[in-house]
Structures are given as structure tokens and as C-alpha cells.
Design a protein around this ligand. Sequence first.
Ligand code: CIR
Length: 253
Amino acid sequence: MFTRATVRRPGGSFTDGLTSANLGKSSLSRALEQHDAYIAALEQCGLDVTVLPADERYPDATFIEDTAVLTPRVAIITNPGAASRNGEKSITRPVVKEFYPEVAEIEPPGTLDGGDVLAVNNHLYIGLTARTNKQGAAQLIEVLEMNGYSGSTVSLNSFLHLKTGVAWIGAQDLIAAGELIDHPAFHAFNITPVLPEETYAANCIRINEHILMPAGFPGVRDVLTRKSHPLIEVEMSEFQKMDGGLSCLSLRF
Ligand code: CIR
């Protein structure tokens, strides 16, 4: 059960962030409107949302999920794998410490982005990507095991992050896109495949009874409607242009 979320406002440097999306220039004013609606959606799920101010030093800092892994028993500050984002851990750390007595850290040479971590109950799947390396994953698994959780790695070839292509929607149900539709790491699950043109919507989030998904993806919306979870759709276009998925805009705990 999640009760809280933390988000960080996009700042004036937001449109200078990392991206390989080729979807055109992101608009800061529209991103701020979409961010307002995202916060409202989290509140609609019953979460108490802490809204952190923008930090102009870090254009990508609104993608706060990449800087921490939060579980009910332990919090881990990550060591983000992109050089321009690595310092974001120093602005997330004090915020997380307000809520958690125990805070672990991923240390170099380990790198890890929270977008590579998919929690399914007490097991955390960790994508090995350009942002998360084997040492970072091994450190995370060690901390998880000390706290009664388990973790395993998932090798990826093309997605930016693990959660770019897969979401847990409850019980043994995942929705997955691209290389994750038939990935051996997830063979024990019921996988609903996402069509290539709707890949962006594979990144949705289950929050208690609700599912939040990006607006504009009718195929995924139909599938999730049939699973009969209350659905909330949020406009994400300006974050999509910056390679950001819906999950990466918040830390939920
Ligand atoms: C980046 O490339 O790091 C940002 N522009 C987007 C990060 C998205 N994070 C995520 O999906 N977890």
C-alpha cells in the first residue's frame, strides 16, 4: 500500500535534458501543466504528495524515480548512470532521509537508475542497461537481501530502462513491449503484449487500486480496462519528448 509520493518540478533547464526521442522540442509551459495533472492524479490515488522545487543544475531532475529505490523497509539512493544526472543523488538524499531511518547507497563503480528497478511484491527485477551495471545491481541485491527482499537481473539490449518496456499491473500480470514481451526473466508471468506503436504506454504504474497510464494509447487502455482496475490517464507528451516515462516522474512509497 502506497501512502506517499515525491515529485520534483521541471525547471527552466528541463528542455536541455538528455533525449534521443526525436519527437521535437519539449515545451516547458505544457510540461508544467502536465506535471500539475500528474500530481493531481497521484492525489486521486490517495497519496500525500511532496512537491520539491526545480533545481536548475539538473535538467533531468524531474525524473526523480531514477535517483532512489524505495521499499517499505529500506531506501537506497542510487548512483545514476548518466554523468549529467549523477549529482541528482545529492538532492534526493536529504529528502529521502526525512522519511527513512535507514538509507543505503549504491557506490561507484556500481551505477544504477531507479527506472531499471521493477518491484513485484518482495522481488525486484533490475535491468542491466547503459545506465545500470552489474556492480550496481549486485549492490542493490545485497541490500535487498539484508532487508528480507530478493532481486535478480534482466539483461536488455535496446530499452533505456527496464520500466520503459514493462509494468506490473497486479497478481501475475505484466504488460510488456519489444524485447520484454518474450524475455526469459518474465516467463512465469501472464504477459499482455503492447503493440509497437503503443510502446510508450508499457510504462504505466499500479498505485494501490488504481493504474496510471499515459493518455493517447487506446490499445493499452482497452487491455487495462478489461483488467477492471480504475484507470487514470495523464497527458505525458512533453516528458515523452525527453525520453521520460510516467513512472519516472515520482517516487512512490
Ligand atoms: C534521461 O535520459 O535520463 C531522461 N531524459 C529521461 C529519464 C527517464 N527515466 C525513466 O524512464 N525512469
